[in-house]
Design a protein around this ligand. Structure first.
Ligand code: TLP
Length: 349
């Protein structure tokens, strides 16, 4: 029986090299700052992204939350996209735990926020309003089909933020995918931002963890926020060791995932009943929708596919997300298209 899991790149298991590194990692108590492997990962991440300091955190969600807490006080306002992961899928943590007021701006289909919309959303200094403190962007943009936001766009938002004295945070959960998609370095993409969170446990295959990077003063505050959130871990070097392997050996290969996503998208689009509604993917995410000629809804289609050994994510009543990753090879792409064809057979109006 096939077992192809395209629900997310979060399902990636660690590679044999990661398991090996985890077993051998020198360890210490990271709450005392004494885990040499965590320290090495943090330094490596900061250097790769061109910032002066890094902080290992258990998840992307905690990375974004600790960053927002480090930038904002209670009652401050953050501007972010209406489709931002932090707004939609992080359990409202910034409001629940930080008292930070989220104000959404419409995401454009390419994942950006228009400069005019952002400018219009920045509050005047008036006692009626929460003070605008932070702009948060996402790259690649998950709900905008894995689009990559270009370097120039980041700098344009930076210029606006500087006009108003605002800070900028990047949810770069898949920053290395964005860099690969655009043919630029992660450092160039990170440059306009005061802080960046990126994930080791998505396409880079590490089992656990994300890193926040920024300047020393920011990381000092984020470190306290991490402790408040219960994210101070002890011999976390067993996890960080896999993260080092991820950064050293898994970045280059992301282009393979992107090529497979394009292949998958192109072949699914040729099937009757399937619409590739966001066009050919820029990174590792394929979003497709069932048109009105298909009798099944998303859930029923998903179940049929599971029966055929293929797992996909349902993101709306007739819309799916399929994410390519290290454990999805060329044969899996062929098998997935075949499974879609079989699932649709006899279900067309
Ligand atoms: N995204 C997950 C789900 O939560 C939707 C996925 O399968 O894609 N930022 C972005 C852009 C993300 O896509 C995710 C995870 C996170 C942050 C949170 O990372 P974790 O899961 O490590 O807390």
């Amino acid at each position: 029986m096939l077992n192809i899991d395209l629900r997310s790149d979060t399902v990636t298991l660690p590679t044999p090299a990661m398991r090996e590194a985890m077993a051998r990692a020198p360890l210490g108590d990271d709450v005392y700052g004494e885990d040499p492997t965590v320290n090495r990962l943090q330094d490596l991440a900061a250097q790769m992204l061109g910032k002066s300091a890094g902080l290992f955190v258990p998840s992307g969600t905690m990375g974004n939350l600790a960053s927002v807490l480090a930038h904002c006080g209670r009652g401050d306002e953050i501007l972010l996209g209406h489709l931002a992961h932090t707004f939609l899928y992080e359990a409202g943590g910034i409001a629940a735990l930080g008292g930070v007021h989220p104000r959404t701006v419409q995401n454009q289909p390419d994942g950006t926020l228009s400069l005019d919309d952002l400018r219009a959303a920045i509050r005047a200094d008036d006692a009626h309003f929460p003070p605008t403190r932070l702009i948060a962007l996402e790259n690649t943009h998950n709900r905008c089909a894995g689009t990559a936001l270009p370097v120039a766009y980041g700098h344009a938002v930076r210029a606006l933020a500087d006009e108003y004295g605002l800070k900028m945070h990047l949810d770069g959960a898949r920053l290395f995918n964005a860099a690969e998609a655009l043919g630029v370095s992660a450092q160039e993409l990170a440059a306009p931002f005061d802080s960046v969170t990126f994930c080791l446990s998505k396409a880079l295959c590490a089992p656990v963890g994300s890193v926040i990077v920024g300047d020393q003063a920011f990381i000092h505050r984020a470190h306290r926020a991490r402790k408040q959130l219960g994210g101070g871990m002890r011999q976390a070097g067993v996890l960080a060791a896999a993260g080092i392997v991820a950064l050293e050996t898994m970045v280059e290969r992301l282009k393979e995932d992107h090529a497979r996503a394009q292949l998958l998208a192109g072949q699914l689009a040729e099937l009757p009943g399937i619409i590739l509604d966001s066009g050919l993917p820029q990174s590792n995410m394929v979003y497709v929708t069932l048109d009105e000629t298909v009798r099944l809804d998303g859930k029923a289609m998903q179940e049929k596919l599971v029966g055929l050994g293929v797992k996909v994510g349902v993101v709306a009543s007739r819309r799916f997300r399929l994410v390519t990753h290290y454990w999805v090879d060329d044969a899996a792409i062929v098998a997935t298209v075949t499974a879609f064809r079989q699932a649709l057979a006899g279900e067309m109006l």
